[in-house]
Design a protein around this ligand. Structure first.
Ligand SMILES: Cc1ncc(COP(=O)(O)O)c(C=O)c1O
Length: 380
């Protein structure tokens, strides 16, 4: 049964999981204060970088004694910097529930060759944190961007742990409550929930992470781009705006603008509420339709940013081809861009629900999902 195309279209069809939709008020004019063509070491550049650090602290509620650095290589750069600088002092536990986490496992086990317990869960599930020994260094991804599941909270991480927790929070930050007391190293990039540009990563260090950096030297050489210490002391400049190498001041300006916008919608809580409203609209839709379901096995761990969906209709002959065709049809119609599941993830759709996405756009998209589903069922 072909159904009629819905009357309403999303005003913004950008539902990519990274780079994500820019802030709803975005225009290039908003970046006109970027100090382009100036040295990032000049006062104007340094002030912008320092503002980016302190506004990050402000919006995210990061404790005053935590260090925040802007580093090269986006989130990947920040994670690698942490792994290569901190691990090896003790045993590690590598936790993965989707492809990005699996990538960090491979780096630690195959490249760094560190003695590690590897704990994994299938797509749609997470690892039980009660089973983890937090006297080891624990590396995990808060929100599985490619599997649509997240850690509901950090309650299982003990306050008196001896190891460090290293958390890739790139698709959780600015959308979920991160418990800073439980996180020793947190990394993210600007391209996700703030819709920023992807050039730089952010690394957040607890006092315990700084103590490790200042007391432990890895057995392997570290390239300049990863080095956070000199002569056994933290290079403080990295955490006050004197970046290791040259940043894009356009990307920095864009981040500052996005942070201001986040403040204007209620700061972190406003952003969390916006993501939750977006995801809830999709969850309700799935509850009402027998042919589509959340990939997350349990609502308690369902992501509110990268919502991953699977088709469950028995009439579907080739799941992967079907999901691809639905995404293609929606893209061709101009109502949803970039919503195919990640290449290593189970077949389906992935719809970004972070705070830069308007709930009205998610609501407008949902009838189109049904339209494309019915069209593809008829076309089989
Ligand atoms: C959980 C996670 N980790 C790492 C990355 C890589 O981020 P970047 O491209 O900013 O380095 C992504 C990107 O989607 C991600 O979702």
């Amino acid at each position: 049964m072909a159904i009629q195309a819905p009357a309403t279209r999303p005003a913004n069809p950008r539902f990519s999981s990274g780079p994500c939709a820019k802030i709803p008020t975005f225009s290039l004019d908003l970046l006109s204060d970027a100090p382009l063509g100036r040295s990032h070491r000049a006062a104007v550049g340094k002030t912008k970088l320092k503002d980016a650090i302190e506004n990050t602290r402000d919006v995210l509620g990061i404790p005053a004694d935590y260090k925040i650095g802007i580093v090269p290589g986006s989130d990947t750069g920040a994670v690698e910097m942490a792994l290569w600088s901190l691990l090896g002092e003790r045993k590690a536990t590598m936790v993965a529930w989707e492809s990005f986490g699996a990538g960090w496992v491979s780096d630690v086990v195959k490249q760094l060759k560190i003695d590690a317990d590897v704990k994994t869960a299938d797509y749609g599930d997470i690892v039980d944190f009660a089973e983890i020994d937090f006297n080891t260094d624990v590396v995990f991804t808060w929100n599985g961007t490619t599997s649509g599941v997240r850690l509901p909270n950090a309650d299982a991480i003990p306050a008196d742990r001896e190891g460090l927790t290293i958390c890739d929070a790139t698709s959780a930050v600015f959308a979920m409550d991160l418990d800073w007391d439980k996180l020793d190293v947190t990394t993210f990039s600007w391209q996700k929930a703030l819709g920023g540009e992807a050039a730089h990563g952010v690394i957040v260090l607890s006092p315990r992470a700084v103590a490790r950096l200042e007391s432990y030297t890895p057995a392997w050489p570290l390239p300049k781009i990863f080095r956070m210490t000199k002569g056994g002391k933290l290079i403080d400049g990295i955490f006050t705006g004197a970046t290791i190498n040259t940043p894009s001041m356009l990307a920095v300006e864009d981040y500052l603008v996005a942070l201001d916008w986040a403040k204007s919608v209620g700061g972190l809580q406003g952003m969390i509420d916006r993501a939750t409203a977006n995801a809830t609209a999709i969850w309700n839709f799935c509850d009402a339709k027998p042919w589509i379901a959340n990939l997350a096995s349990d609502p308690a761990i369902a992501s509110t940013t990268s919502v991953c969906l699977k088709f469950t209709d028995e009439r579907i002959q080739d799941g992967a081809a079907f999901a691809k065709a639905v995404a293609k049809r929606l893209e061709a119609e101009g109502v949803a861009l970039d919503i195919g599941a990640y290449r290593d993830a189970p077949a389906g759709l992935r719809i970004w629900c972070g705070g830069t996405v308007e709930t009205s756009d998610i609501e407008a998209l949902l009838p189109w999902l049904e339209w494309a589903f019915e069209a593809e069922i008829s076309a089989q």
